[in-house]
Design a protein around this ligand. Sequence first.
Ligand SMILES: [Fe+2]
Ligand SMILES: [Fe+2]
Length: 159
Amino acid sequence: MDPVETLRAQHRALDMLLRAHLDAVIALDFAAALARLAIWQHAFALHLHTEDTTLIPALADVAAPRWVAHVYDAEHRHLEALMHDYTARFAGTVAVLPDGMTKRRNMALAIIDSAHVLRHVIDHHHQREEQALFLELPEAVLARAARAGGVEDGIADGD
Ligand SMILES: [Fe+2]
Ligand SMILES: [Fe+2]
């Protein structure tokens, strides 16, 4: 597959992992939600690391990139902070489950609300990469990132 397509598919796969976590929240299966969140967190951290080490440094050789490396780097650090906030808050919330379905459903709604900002910022960042970064870098660099950043194993584990 063309490396840009592979990288786009990896973005979609990461979103599916986060959705799988939220599906478990909706089903009030908080143990599965916690396990799936760990799978997403691992895959997303690997994705950021791959881009940090393969794609973003290569921008230095692009003549006039739409956005400079610092923009992507700042977004990655912001995403890491949001990821850690969300996962810590989730673990704290589900550590002691309330009695009763109504309270648990309310808890699930609050969790889904708190995931909204995280998903929105990720989506915005992925669009920026797909509309600029991925189109500006040499194919060999993109191919290296595509090989390093596979998240398919994480999806298989999450099912
Ligand atoms: Fe990124
Ligand atoms: Fe990305």
